[in-house]
Design a binder for this molecule. Structure first.
Ligand code: SAH
Length: 356
């Protein structure tokens, strides 16, 4: 049965060119379980209509946990001196890519902490080597860098870049990231877009002090910037950080944020993030996939290093071997009546523009 107050809001979120923040806040604040189920079902239908039933896979390689930043929520932050630090060798990284390619997966994500002295030429060399040896899309996620570095990596063959805005609330951003600024992150994001990367953003839900109004602003930002992908996950407190005693993000609110983002952005790729698969010791990725998400990111970081990429505790699959995700992911797709899509999964927004 459709709800008479909710349906017009959902229809407006879907159809409007300019979105009313009050509509977004209304959807994010729903308490009634039947209404929440209706929001998720609406988002699921928009997902089906605009990106189809295939769940895209991105093979994740966390190649280094070295980090100069002091992001207050993240276990990799440099004040965590108890964490053993690592960087994979070229050969180890290329072995991971080979495993991803052998699994038939069309995209690799190279992620790391953020190091000022990351050798940009070294990373360009890795990208070139990957592109010579494998027919695979390369996504980078190595933080805030200069336009020159981004250009170098784009020329080397990188296709996409993931740099989550985390929160668009300026004050909250500054409190959580004493060393970096929202303005520089926005500059990076604009550079990536103008350099022709498929551009990824995203947010953390449940950051201490974050409000529904802040999350609505994040969604309006996503809509305005027309990102090709958006990763949304719950805050998970890490014991070695200043936020260790704060509660984790609310799962239902994360799912609502994914649902509203799907309804508004329509064909953006939205991952069921590892964080939503790890919060409170449960795996809510199937729930995310049924509330608008269409991407999964199986982890191919080898052991023992994988366990050291501990951005938050209880990270899903952190003790498993690379490549063991296959059966689990197949089963997840089966249970929710979806299929696995091994293609590159390029931006649908870019494709639409190119065809216009
Ligand atoms: N250095 C890169 C990659 C960071 S790790 C960068 O700055 O982009 C990838 C993502 O993990 C971050 O963007 C952040 O959204 C998420 N993350 C880190 N710590 C977290 C925590 N405690 N809870 C939830 N998500 C977290």
């Amino acid at each position: 049965m459709t709800d008479k107050t909710l349906q017009p809001v959902l229809n407006r979120l879907y159809a409007a060119d300019v979105h009313d923040k009050a509509d977004i806040e209304y959807a994010l604040s729903l308490k009634d379980q039947a209404q929440i189920a209706e929001l998720f079902a609406f988002a699921d239908e928009i997902r089906r209509r605009h990106v189809g039933d295939g769940i895209l896979l991105r093979g994740l390689v966390e190649f280094s946990n070295n980090c100069d930043n002091t992001c207050k929520y993240c276990g990799l932050n440099k004040t965590n001196t108890n964490l053993a630090r690592y960087k994979l060798t070229d050969r180890q990284i290329l072995n991971c890519i080979e495993q991803i390619a052998n699994a038939g997966i069309g995209t690799v994500v190279l992620q790391s902490g953020e190091q000022a002295d990351l050798d940009a030429d070294w990373l360009a060399g890795i990208i070139r080597e990957i592109k010579i040896r494998f027919d695979i899309a390369v996504t980078l996620s190595v933080g805030e860098k200069s336009r020159e570095d981004y250009a170098l990596w784009k020329n080397a063959g990188a296709d996409r870049y993931l740099l989550k805005i985390e929160t668009t609330n300026r004050q909250l951003y500054q409190n959580l990231h004493p060393q970096i600024t929202l303005d520089n992150r926005l500059r990076c994001s604009r550079d990536l877009k103008t350099l022709g990367y498929q551009n990824g953003s995203g947010s953390i839900i449940g950051l201490p002090g974050q409000t529904i109004s802040d999350i609505a602003d994040d969604i309006l930002f996503f809509a305005r910037e027309q990102f090709d992908m958006i990763g949304i996950g719950p805050f998970i407190p890490h014991p070695a950080t200043a936020l260790s005693d704060c509660p984790p993000g609310n799962v239902e609110l994360v799912l609502k944020t994914i649902a509203v983002t799907r309804i508004i952005t329509k064909d953006t790729h939205l991952p069921a993030t590892t964080a939503i698969g790890s919060v409170n010791g449960n795996d809510y990725r199937p729930d995310a996939l049924m509330a608008g998400a269409n991407v999964l990111m199986p982890n191919f970081t080898p052991q023992p290093w994988r366990q050291l990429y501990e951005i938050y505790p209880g990270k899903r699959c952190s003790t498993e071997a690379p490549g063991s995700c296959g059966p689990c992911i197949d089963m997840m797709a089966n249970v929710i009546g979806r299929t696995i899509d091994l293609s590159r999964g390029d931006s649908l927004k870019k494709k639409r523009k190119e065809c216009a």
